[in-house]
Write a protein that binds this ligand. Structure first.
Ligand code: AMP
Length: 281
């Protein structure tokens, strides 16, 4: 696996691959890799001739300077975790390769960016859309793989690739969970021992609501119990707990068409997010 830090060096390789008629799959990440990221890498390896994993902690998608400062940076152990996958390139762009002096462009996706994390983290999805546009162009990606763990992000990226006529096809991959149900996340590393034990309640609250919706209850009927469960377990602020249409993220109250149930809640100073699919009842 080559580690490449400039877009010029990357372009030399991707041009070579394209001339040889090889397809390029890309997995964008912010590092601190876990089995969730590696499932995307496995998918890319299975589907494309060449695989690039990108590692860039993108300052523009952090709306909280403390969160940016505390974000884990573990390039060496990330390289070790990627070794068994025989990835072609780990692209770790120097910051000026993404945001050179004078950089003045922002990609902003309306509609699917609004609400949920878009409302709770102002500017977050503009930062995501801008960096993902650049990474897909710099890597000349034919295919790119994103996790359903960040389902709203997946919708934003799908939209921008379509709207900007990028050649990249976007594929969503299922959320990988710990054995106790907690969705894997780089931020889980920041949970204290006690908080880590409590954290799977997030997933259990979602699956309890899913059962209620399948019985024909509405979300508003089920919300008070869910809030109480979270409060009793010791969670902090609930940013949102919402049911949205799986396709366009329109708000819903009962499962009249395929939907997703979304949550963002604070625990031990860490913001946990999760979502699950809800089939129509
Ligand atoms: P991040 O490094 O958190 O920006 O995530 C990079 C990619 O990995 C994104 O497409 C995420 O949606 C995906 N990802 C993160 N956690 C998981 C998970 N638990 N299961 C599947 N994909 C994930």
């Amino acid at each position: 696996m080559k580690i490449i830090r400039t877009k010029a060096a990357l372009r030399t390789l991707t041009d070579e691959w394209s001339r040889a008629g090889q397809t390029i799959g890309v997995v964008p990440t912010m590092g601190a890799l876990h089995a969730g990221h590696l499932s995307l890498v496995g998918e890319a390896k299975a589907k494309t001739d060449r695989v690039i994993v990108t590692l860039f902690v993108n300052p523009r998608q952090f709306n909280n300077p403390e969160d940016l400062a505390n974000y884990p940076r573990t390039e060496d152990s990330d390289s070790v975790k990627l070794a068994p996958f025989a990835v072609d390139v780990l692209y770790v762009p120097d910051p000026d390769q993404i945001y050179p002096d004078g950089f003045s462009t922002s990609v902003s996706v309306s509609g699917v960016s609004e609400g949920l994390c878009g409302a709770a983290r102002p500017g977050h999805f503009d930062g995501v859309a801008t960096v993902v546009s650049k990474l897909l162009l710099q890597t000349a990606a034919d295919e790119a793989y994103f996790g359903e763990k960040d389902y709203q992000q997946l919708q934003v990226v799908t939209r921008l690739a379509q709207d900007l006529d990028l050649k990249t096809r976007i594929t969503g991959c299922p959320t990988v969970r710990e054995p106790d149900g907690l969705a894997m996340s780089s931020r889980n590393l920041r949970l204290g021992e006690e908080a880590r034990k409590i954290a799977p309640v997030v997933y259990h609250v979602l699956t309890d609501i899913a059962e209620g919706l399948a019985r024909g209850a509405s979300l508003s009927e089920l919300l008070p119990d869910a809030r109480q469960t979270l409060d009793k377990a010791g969670f902090g602020t609930l940013d949102y707990l919402e049911l949205r249409s799986a396709q366009d993220l329109e708000p819903m109250d009962s499962a009249v068409r395929p939907a997703r149930l979304f949550i963002a809640v604070w625990l031990d100073g860490v913001r946990l997010i999760d979502n699950i699919p809800i089939p129509s009842a």
